[in-house]
Design a protein around this ligand. Structure first.
Ligand SMILES: [Zn+2]
Length: 485
């Protein structure tokens, strides 16, 4: 004991003079602990601050996005009540229309809730998502409004610290004519049987234009059953056609409105889909249209083409199918030189006096002969003797082109008589009837053109004269003389 105490005292004495040093390793441990505590603390504090900043940023962005959505809603034409639900980390905003009876939908809340549920499921690992459902109304033109059920989803992008739109889903688009409040149907768009038949012509030409081997489907195209209003489905952008059963190998096609704009109510479609190219004539100029029937003639028509080329005049040729079959190269030349080719039946019978199946055959054979020669279907038809009836016009299915200035070249077969007759009877907007099978007519044409030019007339094809608005079931005698048959 004593020895020990002594030793202790001694050692105390020693240490009193020079205190015992903490061992080196303890210092290290102590400093390390201190470092861990300080940095850990800093880390915790810093983490807390950062988390708080993130949350603030998220809250801020959420507020901004919700405000943006709210603003969009105010612009929307549907007055709605807002409902918000928070579902874990998904915020749902539902706009329920107040005046449901003004809408083309029923049970919108139920339908929107259902769609929102489906969209919510598509979000894989939503961090902080917002799902918005509403009925959207867009005013497309003065007469066209579209409605749709719309659901949008947004999810939080942590890296970019912002919301990103994940998906937008539009369902049950409905198009309303704002004048009538009624849904726009293909029937409302097309309007009349005449327009429907005109669209049929566009479809037939398009089937041939789109075909790789048009010759293979030519018969099927010529025999294409007539479309009905229910074959056409309206959207503001296009007209979708489900073709009746046929042998062309095509059962549906999409028509651009620019291709049929003379035959639809254009204020019911999206204006961007219409062609701005105008077919309108200059109202300050006066026009006539030279037309030649019963050809092509083997000698006379080539002479006429030469003459027209020299005078820089475009004309319209109402060809007989049997003549087109005989002189396909001339038909092709007529087309390639920029003249219009139209039908004058196959063998020149009185079309309103023959049975329906014979009439069909007259039209069909001529269409085929002209297509085979020139690669186009004639759009219009002039009935021999001008003879037409509502029934025959319906079977023909093409605009009927008559005339209001008769050169009587078929009667006089006298060059000077033709020149005088046209010169004395021509008037603005007239369609002049001649025949390119009589040499006496061809001899007159040069002077006829010079005289009319001297009177200030310009020459256009009949389709140009009618601004390409002519349609089946109507007959046209001149620029301003259209009559329903
Ligand atoms: Zn004739």
């Amino acid at each position: 004991m004593t020895t020990e105490n002594t030793n202790n005292r001694r050692s105390n004495r020693h240490s009193g003079q020079s205190p015992k040093k903490l061992p080196y390793f303890l210092w290290i441990a102590f400093l390390s602990c201190l470092l861990i505590i300080v940095s850990g603390g800093t880390y915790v504090v810093y983490g807390k601050i950062q988390e708080q900043q993130l949350q603030e940023k998220l809250d801020e962005e959420t507020t901004n996005l919700v405000a943006e959505i709210e603003q969009e809603q105010e612009k929307n034409g549907v007055v709605s009540e807002k409902k918000e639900r928070n579902n874990d980390n998904i915020k749902e905003i539902l706009y329920i229309p107040k005046e449901e009876k003004e809408l083309p939908y029923e049970n919108t809340e139920e339908q929107l809730t259902h769609l929102m549920k489906q969209e919510r499921k598509k979000l894989k690992h939503p961090k902080q998502a917002i799902v918005v459902g509403c009925v959207e109304k867009q005013k497309r033109t003065d007469h066209l409004a579209t409605y749709a059920l719309n659901v949008e989803t947004y999810d939080w992008e942590s890296n970019e610290q912002t919301f990103k739109k994940e998906n937008e889903r539009t369902e049950k688009s409905i198009y309303i004519n704002t004048d009538t409040g009624e849904e726009i149907t293909s029937k409302a768009l097309i309007g009349s049987k005449a327009n429907l038949l005109a669209i049929q012509q566009v479809i037939q030409q398009k089937l041939l234009d789109d075909a790789e081997k048009p010759q293979d489907i030519l018969d099927a195209v010529l025999d294409l059953p007539r479309i009905k209003f229910e074959n056409a489905t309206y959207t503001p952008e296009h007209l979708e056609i489900a073709l009746p059963k046929n042998k062309t190998g095509v059962d549906k096609l999409t028509l651009d409105y620019s291709d049929v704009q003379s035959f639809i109510q254009t204020d019911l479609v999206d204006p961007s889909q219409l062609s701005e190219e105008t077919t309108a004539l200059d109202p300050n100029k006066k026009y006539v249209s030279l037309t030649f029937d019963d050809g092509p003639g083997g000698d006379t028509t080539p002479r006429l083409l030469q003459l027209l080329a020299e005078k820089d005049v475009k004309a319209t040729f109402f060809m007989l199918g049997q003549m087109a079959e005989e002189f396909p190269q001339i038909v092709k030349d007529v087309h390639e030189q920029g003249h219009e080719i139209a039908s004058h039946s196959y063998s020149h019978p009185q079309l309103n006096a023959i049975p329906k199946d014979k009439l069909k055959e007259q039209v069909r054979l001529t269409d085929k002969a002209i297509y085979n020669a020139a690669g186009i279907l004639p759009r219009t038809l002039r009935p021999p003797y001008g003879a037409i009836s509502p029934e025959s016009a319906e079977v023909i299915g093409k605009p009927i082109i008559q005339w209001d200035i008769d050169s009587y070249d078929w009667d006089s077969k006298n060059t000077q008589a033709v020149i005088d007759r046209v010169n004395q009877t021509a008037f603005e907007g007239g369609i002049i009837l001649m025949h390119d099978i009589h040499p006496t007519t061809i001899d007159a044409v040069g002077t006829v053109i010079d005289n009319l030019r001297a009177q200030g007339y310009e020459f256009v094809t009949t389709s140009q004269l009618l601004e390409q608005k002519e349609k089946p079931l109507y007959q046209y005698f001149g620029q301003t003389d259209a009559r329903e048959i």
